[in-house]
Design a protein around this ligand. Structure first.
Ligand code: ZN
Length: 309
């Protein structure tokens, strides 16, 4: 049994939140919350807070007792937050216009009526650098930072309404976004010059796209894999090993409950190189670190770190 102490711990803000983002230097954690984005330092100091309309009811709450008795407010649809690769900006997907922070002008020049906005904050003080509407009402969103700190990917899940894939670039004109056409793909990985998607709802194909023009360069069908078959589907967790290879999993209908197999994917050649055996790994979770290693997490929470031979 190994034991150790965490390199940094952060107290949670006092309201329902979804997955926090942590700065690359572990100095700051940012939580997307029910009514605000909260940036908290490792010593517990609140560095900044950006209030926005409540994710559940749209009201501008000031106190938790305004909603504490309501069941829906305890498990709100989640927003998201991520640090750019250099840790200098935080990209948060929030509901509505920020309440207290003067927003930068929308680069489109339109007065945006979007329910949700993508806002770029300076990590140091929470000042708003740019923002734009995402024309969405999400059940959850998943940011993926790019190596270039000016670029971020965002997968937006809208339940049965589909799934959007958005790319943002912070430039002199503000935050400019590009959306993948179709509205039925889930963003699962973002590499230096490419990204990967699976189909929303039926994950039988894994597509490799060029980042430059969003075009498809390869389509990898789970049914075509050895031992695949029509009931096999890709999982949503794809682990980057380096700039061109990934480990991805397939399972029965992609539900990650049985027939879980792991595969090595080469996006430069657009092929599945072969099956990767991870003895004992049976869980759906896969995390890649970009240095040739990846982590599997089993159903009991057991973790294993892997490296290709
Ligand atoms: Zn509310």
């Amino acid at each position: 049994m190994l034991s150790g102490s965490p390199p940094a711990t952060f107290p949670e803000p006092g309201e329902p939140t979804s997955n926090p983002a942590v700065a690359p230097d572990l100095s700051l954690a940012v939580w997307p919350g029910l009514t605000a984005v909260h940036a908290i330092a490792a010593n517990g100091t609140t560095v900044w807070t950006a209030r926005h309309p409540c994710r559940v009811c749209g009201e501008a709450h000031h106190f938790a007792d305004e909603y504490a008795d309501d069941l829906y407010h305890r498990s709100p649809d989640s927003g998201s937050a991520a640090f750019a690769a250099d840790g200098r900006t935080v990209w948060a997907h929030v509901r509505g216009d920020l309440l207290d922070v003067p927003a930068a002008p929308d680069p489109s020049g339109e007065d945006d009526e979007s329910i949700e906005q993508w806002v770029i904050f300076a990590a140091a003080d929470g000042s708003v650098l740019a923002r734009t509407g995402t024309d969405s009402w999400s059940a959850g969103s998943e940011p993926l930072p790019h190596l270039d700190p000016a670029v971020m990917g965002l997968g937006i899940g809208e339940g049965q309404d589909g799934s959007a894939v958005l790319f943002g670039r912070l430039g002199e004109e503000g935050l400019e976004t590009t959306m993948l056409a179709g509205g039925d793909r889930v963003l699962v990985a973002l590499g230096p010059d490419h990204f990967l998607t699976v189909r929303h709802g039926g994950t039988t194909d894994l597509r490799v796209h060029r980042l430059a023009d969003l075009g498809v360069t390869a389509e990898l069908g789970s049914a075509d894999l050895p031992e695949g078959g029509p009931e096999s589907g890709w999982g949503y967790d794809v682990a980057p090993l380096d700039g061109r290879t990934y480990v991805a999993s397939t399972s029965h209908h992609g539900h990650a409950e049985r027939d879980i197999r792991y595969w090595l994917i080469d996006v430069a050649d657009g092929v599945v190189r072969g099956q990767v055996r991870c003895p004992g790994a049976t869980g759906p979770r896969l995390i890649g670190f970009g240095d040739g290693t990846w982590l599997t997490a089993g159903p009991e929470g057991d973790l294993a770190l892997w490296r290709l031979p």
